[in-house]
Design a protein around this ligand. Structure first.
Ligand code: ZN
Length: 135
C-alpha cells in the first residue's frame, strides 16, 4: 500500500493535477492518508470524534442494531452484543476509516482532542502536540 502512495506522489510531481493520471493520483491519496497503516490509539480515536467513557473509547452506532467500534486494552474491535463471540480486530487507522465509512459513522476532520472551551487548529489525527486556541 505504501508503494502505491509513493507512486501517486511521484505521478503528481510529473503531471498536471487536471489530467486523468493526476486526478487518479489525487483520488488515491485522498482515500489513503499518510497515517493509514499506523496503529489505532486512544488519542487518535478521540481526535477523529470517538466518545470516551470510564470503560473504553468508542464510536456509537448510527443505527440501532448496527455494530459499533470499541477501543480498549490497546486494541480496536468491531463489537455488537448480538454477535457475541464475533469480534473483528481493527489493526490500522485505515481499517477504522473504512469500517466507519461502511457503517455510516461520521469521523471528524478537525482535531477533537482539546477540552471544551479550546479548539485545535490542526487536522483530526495529527501527529505531535495540539495547536490549541481558546474558543
Ligand atoms: Zn489537536
Amino acid at each position: 500500500m505504501n508503494n502505491l502512495r509513493e507512486d501517486a506522489e511521484l505521478v503528481l510531481l510529473h503531471v498536471e493535477d487536471d489530467t486523468a493520471a493526476g486526478r487518479l493520483a489525487k483520488a488515491y491519496l485522498a482515500d489513503h492518508p499518510a497515517d493509514d497503516d499506523e496503529p489505532v490509539t486512544e488519542e487518535w480515536l478521540c481526535s477523529v470524534g470517538a466518545k470516551k467513557d470510564d470503560v473504553s473509547v468508542f464510536f456509537p452506532s448510527p443505527i440501532q442494531g448496527v455494530p459499533a467500534i470499541e477501543f480498549s486494552k490497546e486494541q480496536a474491535w468491531l463489537t455488537n452484543e448480538d454477535y457475541a463471540g464475533v469480534e473483528i480486530k481493527l489493526k490500522t487507522r485505515g481499517d477504522v476509516r473504512r469500517l466507519c465509512a461502511a457503517l455510516g459513522i461520521e469521523m471528524k476532520s478537525v482535531c477533537q482532542v482539546p477540552p471544551k472551551g479550546w479548539r485545535c487548529t490542526r487536522q483530526a489525527g495529527h501527529e505531535g502536540p495540539c495547536a490549541a486556541l481558546p474558543d
